[in-house]
Design a protein around this ligand. Structure first.
Ligand code: TXA
Ligand code: MG
Length: 316
């Protein structure tokens, strides 16, 4: 495994590795991805091995444009097309009817495929060089915190990845929002695009979190640090419980905690989201007894962060 700054030469190297069945980690605008050629079953199988990911959890396929999209998905419904026009390239994943050519391992045998057109220049340059779609989950061990920096990938997946491209910290810092349009518009995972922005075009979305496990980030104990985490109003935590604990707070410190990460002094949820996983990684690395996470507003990007925190807190 090697980490290289993302540039024309390292991108060309990534393309060669992927073409030969390799597995490469790269930056996207949401979080880092761990990619392989979507049509190469053996390469995709390596992603599952490296992540220690159960094979019932399908992957997101990344495509450069609508032409590449047509190779993995059947024709888009009118609403899917509207959402694609509004949010692509960018952090929206659409669940679409799949083409037979997409390996079952990618979709966990589902008749649908999750797809997005990313906006980050590095993953776009790789897709352009490759000319083929890339299946890529987030570049973290299954159930662990997502990676928003190349160092997180190296620490979490280490030697098993053929190449890590370092493109600096992720812009959004949260995974893409996953939406299924059929049979009814549904939010499968809150993410970097606020649900409200999608509902403005699609009408009310069914909220499937907690329902049957259609999507996977829907598994309860996901996005978890190693340190036990609880969601709690810090002002209600007795001083004696703060000394060996870390605090993840939105706007301000609370006295007595061994360590604190403030997500955004202004309270701006976009700023908070961009440093969210980074802050969790940093607090987790301290090896304290517990992380107390202050509840965030459940609107806009707060919904996506609360989703990650609730899963992290669920403990199993
Ligand atoms: O921002 C992102 O989406 C990042 C970057 C790398 O693109 N990727 C990412 O992938 O978060 P991953 O594998 O960590 O999460 C993808 C989620 C999984 O929970 C999976 O179950 C769900 O997408 N998914 C994939 N295919 C699906 C399908 N056909 N139907 C429903 N959910 C699907
Ligand atoms: Mg993930």
């Amino acid at each position: 495994m090697q980490t290289l700054p993302a540039g024309p030469e390292s991108i060309a190297r990534a393309v060669r590795l992927l073409r030969d069945g390799g597995v490469v980690a790269f930056p996207t605008e949401t979080v880092y991805g761990l990619g392989a050629l979507a049509f190469d079953r053996a390469a995709v199988a390596r992603i599952f091995e490296i992540k220690r990911r159960p094979s019932f959890d399908p992957l997101i396929v990344h495509v450069l444009d609508h032409r590449m999209l047509a190779r993995v998905a059947l024709e888009l419904s009118a609403l899917s097309q509207t959402l694609a026009d509004s949010f692509w390239p960018g952090p929206l994943t659409l669940v679409l009817r799949k083409r037979a050519a997409v390996p079952d391992l990618v979709t966990a045998g589902l008749p649908t495929v999750a797809v997005r057109i990313p906006s980050h220049p590095v993953v776009r340059a790789i897709l352009r060089g490759l000319g083929d779609p890339i299946a890529a989950p987030s570049a973290n061990a299954f159930g662990a915190l997502s990676a928003t920096r190349a160092e997180h990938v190296a620490k979490g997946l280490g030697a098993s990845v053929d190449l890590i491209l370092d493109g600096g910290p992720s812009e959004h810092g949260l995974e893409s929002t996953i939406v299924a349009v059929e049979p009814e518009p549904a939010l499968l995972r809150p993410g970097a695009i606020p649900a409200e922005a999608i509902e403005a075009l699609a009408g009310p979305l069914a909220r499937l979190s907690g329902g049957p496990v259609i999507a996977p980030g829907l598994l309860a104990h996901h996005y978890a640090p190693r340190t036990p985490l609880r969601l709690i109003d810090p002002s209600a935590v007795p001083a004696a419980e703060r000394a060996r604990a870390a605090l993840l707070a939105l706007r301000e410190e609370f006295a007595g905690y061994a360590a604190t990460r403030v997500l955004a002094r202004s309270g701006d949820l976009r700023e908070a989201a961009s440093g969210f996983f980074e802050a969790l990684h940093a607090l987790d690395a301290l090896g304290l007894d517990r992380i107390d996470a202050q509840p965030l507003p459940r609107s806009g990007l707060g919904l996506a962060m609360m989703d990650r925190l609730e899963r992290a807190a669920s403990g199993g």
